[in-house]
Design a protein. Structure first.
Lengths: 288, 285
């Protein structure tokens, strides 16, 4: 039997409708335009797209913060558009946003992480157990009694992720979690996210503008004007440098360099993603 | 014409248990017309430093000279300074507030005491230079995309015709094309109008591509102040303080360690490309 998809969107449409004072429709903006998307449990998915391409709108559907105008979305087998499923869906799919300062509410790290499970009535003892496990999984256990406002951006964002982990979700949607962080903070957050995926088997949906962060994903979706316009492995997506640029995106710096070198006549393969691959390719060219 | 910082120190919450020295003995001269990048991890003192440049924050000790005049002198006109040194904060689009884009951009020049007509002319000029389409001028700024809003916010500062433009992470949260557009815009203003640009950034690749001088901040101290090639030579030290070098710099080092004779100082894609082609004995085109 085929394994059930954790996320399954069919013909998903979302329209933002603006009304004037009398309630007449002034403008309709189609943010999602018949999106089909399947995610298998345990996958690391990346979604790319320029500002306003519909990425965040899609993310908010997965967490049942928005309901579809048309089409269906199943999260862990439950129809996300049904009112009675909202809480189950939110528990299956946790969400992390861009600004860590908007997501942290308590004055002590461990209390912040315990806030979610406490809200859904988890017994006290188990709350503490979950807090410890989730802080450990993002490498923040030693900060459990610290005040969140003394932490760096990357550390705060990891606390926010731990808060989501404490809800034991099957899937985490991260909407540009590194946009406000410095290089070290970005590295820390990505490392934590990858560890959750590899060790805890959590399905990851990472929305980002940093092409370098996508290199390790299993599968990439590219969105433009509310549609999924490209999908494939990072290597196949990043082989198409010109197409990506048309969608206001780019490729990792190393991939771009490899592409430029190839255009200049060097015999190197398409879709180089890492420094090691490029070093190897160039050294073998040098030996010829 | 220049900005000089002489032994500038700044301490937050002085005399309390939360005392933090955010700037330590900063000595610095920003020459007219330079394009300067400031890098440093979160909390390194970058934002504190730039807020001193237009007098928003006052140094605990030390002096700042703008075009030879002490900005802390009793009779110095700080209002005037703030219109000459324009500061674009992080996420400046959060500060848009007027009902139309045009009115929003007029706000700065009007506050400078210009007439409605003069302010309008300035706004028109500024919106044109950030490349916003004319049919949008009388729309609400809140219906624009993230990148467009940011252009409007930058236009609001440009309309005051600053001599120095400081931008605090102007590309945060933008898509790659949006990042290029904003940085190309800033770079064009630097070339065409000869205004001094100070760019605070977390992207080493962007800094390497655009600026001529990099100032590196760490724990309130200025630890490097040099051309990008020189600064990125210290990539190992940069990593220790939570920064990095551009990806191509690492690549060049790895190639050189593996016996390919390339200049490890390349910091941009085009420099790296030329170096690699040269080392492999290909014609550079």
């Amino acid at each position: 039997m085929k394994e059930q998809n954790i996320i399954e969107a069919k013909g998903l449409v979302h329209e933002y409708i603006r009304r004037d004072e009398e309630g007449n429709v002034e403008a309709i903006q189609t943010a999602l335009d018949h999106v089909n998307l399947d995610v298998r449990p345990g996958q690391f998915i990346a979604i790319l797209g320029h500002n306003g391409s519909g990425k965040s709108t899609l993310a908010k559907h997965i967490n049942a913060l928005l309901a579809p105008t048309e089409g269906t979305l199943y999260v862990d087998g439950k129809d996300a558009s049904k009112e009675e499923n909202v809480w189950d869906v939110r528990q299956s799919a946790g969400m992390v946003f861009q600004n860590p300062d908007n997501q942290i509410i308590a004055s002590v790290v461990e209390e912040d992480v315990g806030f979610g499970p406490e809200n859904i009535g988890v017994p006290t003892e188990e709350i503490w157990q979950r807090v410890e496990e989730s802080l450990k999984s993002v490498g923040m256990l030693e900060y459990r009694t610290h005040s969140p406002n003394k932490l760096s951006g990357g550390q705060k964002q990891r606390v926010a992720i731990a808060g989501v982990m404490a809800m034991k979700p099957k899937c985490i949607v991260l909407d540009e979690p590194t946009a406000m962080l410095d290089p070290l903070g970005r590295k820390e957050v990505l490392k934590a996210v990858r560890a959750l995926n590899k060790q805890a088997g959590v399905t990851i949906i990472l929305i980002t503008h940093y092409m370098e962060e996508v290199v390790n994903a299993d599968y990439v979706f590219v969105m433009d004007e509310g549609k999924v316009v490209m999908k494939g492995t990072p290597r196949s997506i990043f082989s198409q440098v010109e197409e990506l640029q048309e969608y206001r995106l780019s490729v990792p710096q190393i991939t771009l360099l490899a592409h430029e070198l190839k255009k200049s006549g060097l015999p190197i393969p398409d879709g180089i993603l890492t420094r090691d691959e490029l070093v190897e390719a160039l050294l073998s060219v040098g030996q010829q | 014409m220049s900005i000089i910082l002489d032994k500038v120190n700044y301490t937050y919450s002085a005399g309390t248990a939360y005392e933090i020295q955010a700037l330590k003995n900063i000595n610095l001269k920003m020459e007219d017309g330079q394009f300067i990048g400031i890098i440093g991890h979160t909390g390194s003192g970058k934002s504190t430093l730039i807020q001193h440049l237009n007098g928003l924050m006052k140094a605990t000790s030390g002096t700042i000279y703008y075009n030879g005049e002490d900005i802390y002198a009793e009779d110095y006109d700080l209002r005037q300074l703030r219109s000459k040194v324009g500061l674009v904060f992080q996420y400046p689009e959060h500060q848009l507030f007027e009902t139309t884009i045009f009115d929003d951009v007029c706000y700065g020049p009007k506050n400078q005491g210009l007439t409605k007509e003069e302010a309008g002319l300035r706004a028109f000029e500024a919106l044109k230079s950030v490349g916003l389409k004319e049919e949008l001028y009388y729309q609400s700024p809140f219906d624009l995309s993230g990148g467009q809003k940011r252009r409007v916010a930058i236009a609001g500062v440009l309309a005051m015709r600053p001599e120095v433009l400081i931008l605090d992470e102007p590309t945060a949260g933008l898509d790659p094309k949006g990042r290029d557009e904003i940085l190309n815009l800033v770079s064009a203003m630097h070339k065409e109008r000869k205004i001094t640009i100070v760019l605070v950034s977390h992207s080493m690749e962007d800094v390497a591509q655009y600026v001529e001088r990099i100032i590196v901040m760490n724990h309130g101290e200025m630890i490097f102040d040099d051309a990008p090639h020189e600064v990125f030579k210290h990539y190992k030290e940069l990593e220790k303080i939570g920064l990095a070098a551009p990806q191509v710099t690492y690549l060049m080092h790895e190639l050189s360690e593996n016996g390919l004779p390339v200049d490890v100082n390349a910091t941009t894609v085009s420099e790296a490309k030329d170096e690699i082609l040269k080392a492999l004995g290909r014609k550079v085109c």
